[in-house]
Ligand binder design. Structure first.
Ligand SMILES: [Zn+2]
Length: 240
C-alpha cells in the first residue's frame, strides 16, 4: 500500500554532518560545540553474541537431525530479533535527526553522510564490524527516504581518508591516524577532539561545500550560513 504524501516544505535550519561508526551508531555535527551521539543499543551486541553461539552449536550438530532443525529455527528467530532492535534504534536516531515534527527552520537544510564501501564491508566477519556494517546500510536507507519526505537535501561525500584524517579546525592532515585512535590530536593547531566528532565536522564541511558547488550551477537554494566559531570559513566563500 502506498501512502499519500504531501510535497514537503523545504527545511531551512543548520546543516548537519553525520559520521556513521562501529562503536557509536552515529555522531552528528551542526557546528555547535556539542555533538549529538546516537549509541548502538546494548541488546544488539548481546543478540549478536547469542547468534554466534547458536551458529557454533549448529555446526556441531548432525545434519538432518531434529536437534539441528530446532537450532536452525532458534537462529532464524534470533536474526529477526536483532533486526528489529537495530531497525528500531535507527528509526529513533534518523527521525530525531530529520526532526520531522519540528518547524522547517529547526530542521537541517542538508544532511551530509559518507559514501559506504559496501562490497568491502560484506567480507568482514568481525562481530562489532558486521553489526556496524548492517547498521550503516540501514541508517543510510532510512535517512535517504526521510530526507526526501521532509524537504532535506542529502549529500553523500567520499569516505574515510577525506573525513577522518584532516583536522576539522585547521585542515592539517594527520597521515598517521590509526583506526584505534579514538581521540584526534592535531599537532599543527593543538585541536583535541573525539575522533568521530572530528569526522562529523569534516563530513559537514565537505557536504556543504559540495552542495554549494552543485547549487551554484543548478540554481538551487544555498544552505544556511553559519554563525559563531566557524572553521567552515576556510572552505566556504561568503554568501551572496
Ligand atoms: Zn588542526
Amino acid at each position: 500500500m502506498e501512502e499519500e504524501r504531501e510535497e514537503p516544505v523545504p527545511a531551512t535550519g543548520l546543516p548537519v554532518g553525520i559520521d556513521l561508526g562501529v562503536k557509536t551508531l552515529a555522531v552528528c555535527s551542526n557546528h555547535s560545540e556539542s555533538h549529538e551521539h546516537h549509541e548502538n543499543p546494548k541488546a544488539l551486541y548481546a543478540g549478536a553474541r547469542k547468534l554466534t553461539r547458536l551458529q557454533k552449536k549448529l555446526s556441531r550438530q548432525e545434519k538432518g537431525s531434529s536437534r539441528r532443525e530446532a537450532t536452525r529455527k532458534r537462529m532464524a528467530r534470533q536474526h529477526m530479533r536483532i533486526s528489529c532492535v537495530r531497525s528500531d534504534a535507527i528509526h529513533k536516531a534518523t527521525s530525531s535527526i530529520v526532526a520531522k515534527a519540528k518547524p522547517p527552520e529547526t530542521r537541517p537544510t542538508l544532511i551530509g553522510v559518507e559514501d559506504l564501501n559496501v562490497s568491502g564491508m560484506m567480507k568482514n566477519r568481525h562481530l562489532a564490524r558486521s553489526i556496524a556494517d548492517a547498521s550503516m546500510r540501514e541508517f543510510r536507507r532510512q535517512l535517504s527516504y526521510k530526507c526526501s519526505w521532509y524537504g532535506i537535501e542529502l549529500v553523500v561525500v567520499p569516505r574515510f581518508e577525506a573525513t577522518s584524517k584532516p583536522c576539522s579546525r585547521c585542515g592539517c592532515v594527520k597521515q598517521d591516524l590509526m583506526l584505534s585512535d579514538r581521540v584526534f590530536h592535531c599537532e599543527a593547531c593543538g585541536h583535541v577532539v573525539d575522533r568521530d566528532e572530528n569526522a562529523s565536522d569534516n563530513i559537514l564541511m565537505l557536504a556543504v561545500s559540495s552542495a554549494e558547488r552543485v547549487n551554484g550551477r543548478g540554481g538551487r537554494v544555498r544552505p544556511a550560513v553559519f554563525s559563531g566559531h566557524d572553521p567552515l570559513k576556510r572552505q566556504l566563500k561568503p554568501a551572496g
